[in-house]
Design a protein around this ligand. Structure first.
Ligand code: MN
Length: 180
């Protein structure tokens, strides 16, 4: 499968994307390329740069790689109906290790823990995704690792409101305004 044109990664590096999605409820779809698809979670509060902030991440369906480029309005009645913004994107490195050895992302996800180093335009540094059980099934937590890119108290979602591909806000995308 080919990579999306606009998110072509340096050789050997998988991509990630975070799409702001104003659907029934506003959330951020966090997606990591693994095994030719985008592994996906809906993060109601979005990612934080503060290691003390644990962000709930609900697993959702795998998406095709070329969905990483999608920005626009999904019509009523369709899966994911609402407005989608490419809020951030970039490449990532797998940091998941056991006994000093790298654990491939797909296997790590199956075991319920993966650590990645994100190189986005807004989101950078190490992030850990960890599964836990709830009464209703499984959920995950997305937490900033305590590294040089950590920024205690920094609320990325509040300060970063525009698309990294078009510069538009979610309202401008919903209104069908053309990219600048
Ligand atoms: Mn969504």
């Amino acid at each position: 499968m080919s990579r999306p044109e606009d998110v072509r990664a340096p050789e050997g590096h998988p991509i990630f994307v975070i799409q702001k999605h104003d659907a029934t409820t506003l959330h951020y779809d966090f997606r990591l390329e693994a095994d030719g698809v985008l592994k996906s979670w809906a993060v109601p509060k979005g990612p934080s740069a503060d290691p003390k902030e644990k962000r709930l991440a609900i697993p959702t369906e795998d998406h095709p790689l070329d969905y990483a480029d999608f920005e626009g309005v999904i019509p009523e009645g369709r899966y994911g109906a609402g407005t989608v913004m490419v809020w951030d994107r970039g490449v990532y490195r797998n940091l998941t290790r056991k006994d000093g050895r790298e654990i491939p992302v797909t296997g790590a996800l199956g075991k319920g823990h993966v650590s990645v180093w994100l190189e986005g335009e807004k989101v950078r540094g190490g992030y850990a995704l960890t599964r836990f059980r709830t009464g209703k099934g499984e959920a995950w937590l997305l937490v900033k690792m305590d590294d040089a890119e950590a920024a205690p108290g920094r609320d990325l979602v509040a300060t970063e409101t525009r698309s990294v591909v078009s510069g538009r806000t979610i309202e401008e995308i919903a209104a069908g305004e053309e990219p600048e």
